[in-house]
Structure formats: structure tokens, C-alpha cells
Design a protein around this ligand. Structure first.
Ligand code: SF4
Ligand code: FE
Length: 515
């Protein structure tokens, strides 16, 4: 299953980005020595191991398209730090146009891979940290930005893949970081040395971690003064001493081990991003890679900005996946002679409507983007939260319609071994044939693709990636400007504006509402 995509096509000029093609990205991973466990055993090479290789190939697509002329405008950018051409996934958004190009790039990559290509987590981390660090320096006269820029220039020039690490295990969630019985439930600084810090703890749900080059660590939540040792931002190479990763299982992952390329459904790429636990066992980080240390009053801001950027993405990458699903059920309908049925057309129409509606919210939160004081652009946070929240409904509804249209066919599909069997292969071919002229194998392949894209971990990712639905509901309510909306209603109803009786934090400085 080498994948059917030519990652090496179209070389860039010599002086541009160090890792250029998808092949170069995969080769660069071979130079690293991360400690990764899967099913109780160590993975030696993530580019070869059947559990991780599909995710590597999906991430490689972010490099591969950047060297194709037709996609260069979306997939590359000009660094505001160096003026050099860089991969967009290492760029700090300088305009609304940048935000919109990102959205278009993610939809395109979703269409090409049908899965999570993982590289946006570090992208969003870079953007959230950049603007936050600038504001920390302004307030405390620190020099984090200087360090961060130096680090970022290296990431940009070498075109590295960064995993943004935010979510801590959190232990007992009724307690804060400093109140946990086991302090390691939140990643924390255990020692401050002359030359750096030592950190211990873990980060969970780390998309693309095993095939990244660097980890950008951020706090997981807003913290108070008691949590200074938990309030830090830093970066470490993926194979720094003391880092152990444990790669998660996914629905139907054992099919990958059995050389059943048809049964996998999408043999070239994974069904989801490939999540890992990253454990930090007393990992040393030199000061030049520490970008926040104890400024607890900025923890909420960096989380807020990271979450907004990542939630904005979901209306793009997942729309790409929905495009593939819509195409898959349409092809399946053609292969079984149902494509002209009015109910089929109606359901496909609904799938398209939901996909484009979702995409609209991704475009909208980007079009409404605003500059932060650092000059880096932020998406509109209300619309970004609405966007991600829409994913938790629309993607599921699109998947439901796809399963509906596919019929019971998928539930009874025999394995590839039966299809190839000398004893029963002819029976499978006879009874799973649909419209004459369309090979039975193609009908089975598209059925397996629909199965892979509508089940198990693929859909869990849509629900909980970039924060569970409740996280968006909290933000939507918080940013709902209810005081202003009450004023609108009262003015129209002829009720005098008396003193405020409803105290709700609805202050928004970056969002325009028309009065
Ligand atoms: Fe990017 Fe989407 Fe994957 Fe998040 S879920 S890393 S936004 S592809
Ligand atoms: Fe995600």
C-alpha cells in the first residue's frame, strides 16, 4: 500500500524551503528517533508501520501540493519575518486574505486525502502563540517574542511539521491544576535551571504527533496565580530525551495489518488524524525555546485564540471530507442503478446543502477576521465556534444520509479474501454486481470507502476534535452579546433602558454588531 500519489512531482528551486516534497518530508521523519509505542510494541519507522504510515502519507500531502503550480498560491505564503517563500502551514496570518486562503487550502486537502492531514494543529498553535507572546512582552517587558521569532524562522525555513500540544489529562476535573492529587495530571515545570526548564506530565489526543518534527506546548485552560508552574509555552523536538508517545487504536485498524487494501476503504490515507498520548518524563527545555513562564493571566487568551483558529478550520477540512462522501454515494448510486431516483437526488442535494452551509461559516469567520496588536490576524471567535458546532451536526447528518443511501450493502460486504477466493470469489462477484459495465470490485471499493468515512473514530474526531460541542456552546453563549440584544428588543418594545439587571459577560471588542 505505497499510496497512489506522486509525492515527488515538481521540485521547487534550490533556495526554497528545506523540506519540499512529500517524499522529503517522509525521509526527514526517518532521520528522527522518537519513542513510540503501539499495541505494546515500539514502532521503529512511522513511515513504514501499517498503523502510522497512512497518516504520514496524509500529512505528506500538505507538502506535495505546495510544489504543484496550481496550488502554490494556496499552499505557500511569504514569511512576514524573512520575506522568503514558506509553506502556509508555518505562516502567521497577515490579512483576511490569508485566513481565507487557509480555509480553501484545508478544504482542498480534505478532498485529496478524505481524512485529517494533521498539520493545522501546529499551524494554529503558531498563530495563537505569536499574538499572545507579543502581548505578554508588552505587559511584562519580557523577551519571549524574540525567542519565538527565532524558533519560528527555523520552522519556516526548514518547513517542519509542528504538533500543537494543548489538552492535558486533567485528572479530577472538579479540581484545578494545582489541586490535583497527582500534579502530573497537568503538564508542569518541575525544575527551573540556569539554562532551561524541566517539564513533567502528558498531553492527550495529539493529532499527528508521531509524524511531526517539533512539539509546541501550550497551557490547556485558563489558570490562576496558584498554577504558575503549569502556565508555560515552549517547544521541544519530537525525539527529545524523556518523551514517550503511545499511539491510539482506530476503528478497523487491524485490517491494515492483513494486507487487505480494499477492506481498509481508504488504503492510502488513514480514517482519522492518528492520535497519540505524549508523555513528558522530566524533559529538559532550554530557555531559548520557552515562550511563556508563569504569566497565568495570558493562559486563557492563548487557549481562546488557539481554539478559535482550530474551530474555524473544521468547516473547511470536514467539508472536503463531505465532498468525498457525496461523491462516493453518487458513484455508488450509479453503480447500482439508483442514481435517477428522486429520493436519491433529494438526499444528495441535502448533503451538498449541508456541506456548503458548513463551508460558509468557515469562510465567514475568516472574512470577519481582525488584526491583533501583533499584526497577526484572528478569526471572528463567535463565528468560528458556530462553525465547529455546525460540524458536530452537519457532518453527522451527511454521514447518516450517506449510510442511508448506501443501503444494507455495506453491512454484508464480504472481505477481500472472499472476493479473491477460488472457492467463493465467483459468487461474490456474481451477487454483488450492480449495473453492467461497472466492475463489482469498484462497487465494493466505494462501499468500503463509505464505511471507513462514516464510522468509528472518523466521526468521533468530528464531534470532539477542536473541543467537544459543549466547549463551543459555552463560547457561543459567552459571546452572544445578550445585553446588547436585550437593548435591541427593549427599544423596539418601547421599554425604557433602565439600569442593568442582567449581568452577563457579553463584552466583545472585536465584533461589530449593527445598531
Ligand atoms: Fe486540520 Fe481538520 Fe485535522 Fe484539525 S481535524 S488537524 S483542522 S485536518
Ligand atoms: Fe482535529
Amino acid at each position: 500500500m505505497a499510496g497512489d500519489y506522486d509525492y515527488a512531482r515538481n521540485e521547487l528551486e534550490e533556495d526554497e524551503m528545506k523540506i519540499k516534497t512529500g517524499i522529503e518530508y517522509m525521509d526527514s521523519l526517518k532521520q528522527l528517533n522518537p519513542v513510540i509505542y503501539y499495541m505494546g510494541k515500539k514502532i521503529k519507522d512511522v513511515t513504514e508501520h501499517p498503523a502510522t504510515a497512512p497518516h504520514v502519507r496524509a500529512a505528506a500531502m500538505t507538502y506535495a501540493i505546495a510544489v504543484q503550480d496550481e496550488y502554490k498560491d494556496l499552499a505557500t505564503a511569504t514569511s512576514h519575518l524573512t520575506g522568503r517563500t514558506i509553506g502556509r502551514f508555518t505562516h502567521v496570518h497577515q490579512s483576511v486574505e490569508d485566513l481565507i486562503k487557509k480555509v480553501k487550502l484545508l478544504r482542498l486537502l480534505g478532498q485529496k486525502t478524505g481524512t485529517c492531514f494533521q498539520r493545522c494543529v501546529g499551524f494554529d498553535g503558531i498563530n495563537a502563540v505569536y499574538s499572545t507572546v507579543y502581548e505578554i512582552d508588552q505587559k511584562y517587558k519580557t523577551n519571549y517574542m524574540e525567542r519565538f521569532k527565532k524558533w519560528l524562522i527555523r520552522i519556516q525555513d526548514e518547513n517542519l511539521m509542528v504538533v500543537g500540544a494543548m489538552t492535558d489529562p486533567k485528572g479530577d476535573r472538579s479540581k484545578g491544576p494545582a489541586e490535583q492529587k497527582d500534579p502530573d495530571q497537568y503538564l508542569h515545570i518541575v525544575e527551573r535551571r540556569e539554562n532551561g526548564i524541566v517539564i513533567r506530565g502528558a498531553k492527550l489526543h495529539m493529532t499527528g504527533a508521531v509524524n511531526s518534527h517539533e512539539i509546541l506546548i501550550m497551557p490547556t485552560t485558563a489558570m490562576n496565580e496558584s498554577s504558575k508552574d503549569y502556565a508555560f509555552i515552549c517547544s521541544v523536538p519530537i525525539d527529545a530525551p524523556g518523551i514517550i508517545m503511545i499511539f491510539g487504536r482506530q476503528a478497523n485498524d487491524s485490517r491494515r495489518d492483513m494486507n487487505e487494501s480494499i477492506d481498509v476503504g481508504k488504503p492510502s490515507f488513514g480514517v482519522v488524524g492518528g492520535e497519540a498520548v505524549i508523555v513528558f518524563e522530566d524533559v529538559f527545555v532550554p530557555w531559548e525555546n520557552v515562550f511563556m513562564d508563569g504569566e497565568t493571566d495570558f493562559t486563557g487568551l492563548v487557549v481562546h485564540r488557539f481554539a478559535a483558529h482550530h474551530r474555524a478550520n473544521y468547516g473547511a477540512c470536514k467539508t472536503g471530507l463531505m465532498d468525498v462522501l457525496t461523491g462516493a454515494v453518487t458513484y455508488l448510486a450509479h453503480s447500482q442503478g439508483t442514481a435517477k431516483g428522486s429520493h436519491v437526488r433529494d438526499k444528495v442535494t441535502e448533503m451538498i446543502h449541508l456541506s456548503e452551509t458548513l463551508y460558509s461559516s468557515s469562510i465567514a469567520c475568516s472574512a470577519e477576521g481582525v488584526p491583533t496588536s501583533s499584526g497577526a490576524y484572528m478569526v471572528d471567535t463567535m463565528l468560528a465556534n458556530v462553525c465547529k458546532h455546525n460540524v458536530t451536526r452537519f457532518h453527522f447528518e451527511v454521514a447518516r444520509l450517506a449510510v442511508d443511501l448506501a443501503g444494507g450493502f455495506i453491512a454484508t460486504l464480504p472481505s477481500e479474501h472472499d472476493l479473491q477466493s477460488e472457492e467463493v470469489g465467483h459468487l461474490v462477484k456474481k451477487y454483488f454486481l450492480g449495473v453492467e459495465g461497472i466492475p463489482v470490485e469498484d462497487r465494493i471499493k466505494i462501499g468500503r470507502l463509505i464505511e471507513a468515512m462514516t464510522g468509528g473514530t472518523a466521526m468521533v474526531e468530528s464531534m470532539h476534535g477542536a473541543g467537544s460541542p459543549q466547549a463551543q456552546r459555552i463560547m457561543i453563549f459567552r459571546e452572544g452579546q445578550l445585553n446588547k440584544k436585550m437593548k435591541l428588543a427593549k427599544a423596539l418594545a418601547g421599554i425604557p433602558q433602565r439600569k442593568k439587571f442582567y449581568h452577563h459577560n457579553s463584552a466583545r471588542s472585536d465584533r461589530n454588531i449593527i445598531f
